[in-house]
Design a protein around this ligand. Structure first.
Ligand code: FMN
Length: 189
């Protein structure tokens, strides 16, 4: 199972970086997981240097969409973690402070095995919602504009707009509209 989470890491200037990342779960019930950041990602750079971070489970797809393309409009609410030198997103549902146990960066997509050393529950997860899943898929498209042909991205966005129209609340609507606008700006052909 790949759990799509938000990872916070400490930048060299002590500010906090927030990025969506997939956590590859084994059967350890989130005591351990793997992260696969590309070598080009700030998350990789920070984890390589600090060997620690915090994985968050959230249903806030607007934060996820904005963080995916580095366009958070404001710094989200955070508090310092105790077990690691990092920050907890206080509007997330759950958080997992982790240490990087092994790091393999021989390939462009790196392989970091992480062990959870502290965790917390902040609020309940909303549950399944088709619009949230559609925003998640759209956010992934927005981070892959250099890999997927523009026409395919437009067609996929059209398809994803259906569950958004049918099932979205204000947060999902804003997030999807944001990604549509972002894609309009970066897809030139
Ligand atoms: C749901 C989701 C999952 C993602 N998973 C990964 C991942 O596993 N590895 C990765 O390198 N990028 C992943 N991305 C893309 C990064 O979030 C994106 O490239 C981001 O800009 C990286 O930020 P950073 O450079 O601050 O680390 C994912 C994006 C989304 C929306």
């Amino acid at each position: 199972v790949i759990l799509e989470g938000l990872v916070t890491t400490r930048n060299a200037d002590r500010s906090i970086n927030i990025s969506p990342m997939g956590a590859v779960l084994g059967d350890s019930n989130l005591e351990e997981f793997d992260l696969r950041p590309f070598r080009s990602a700030r998350t990789y750079e920070n984890l390589h240097r600090t060997r620690q971070g915090i994985l968050h489970v959230t249903d806030d797809v607007e934060m996820l969409a904005r963080a995916a393309v580095d366009r958070l409009d404001e710094v989200p609410a955070m508090q310092d973690a105790e077990a690691v030198d990092g920050a907890i997103l206080t509007d997330a549902c759950r958080w997992y402070a982790f240490q990087v146990v092994t790091l393999d960066d021989t390939e462009e997509r790196t392989h970091l095995h992480c062990r959870v050393i502290d965790q917390g529950l902040l609020r309940h997860f909303l549950g399944f919602n088709r619009a949230k899943h559609a925003v998640l898929e759209a956010a992934i498209l927005a981070t892959r504009v250099h890999l997927i042909p523009a026409e395919a991205i437009r067609a996929e966005m059209q398809r994803l707009s259906v569950p958004v129209e049918k099932t979205a609340g204000p947060q999902e609507r804003r997030a999807f509209a944001f990604l549509q606008q972002y894609l309009q700006g970066v897809l030139t052909d």
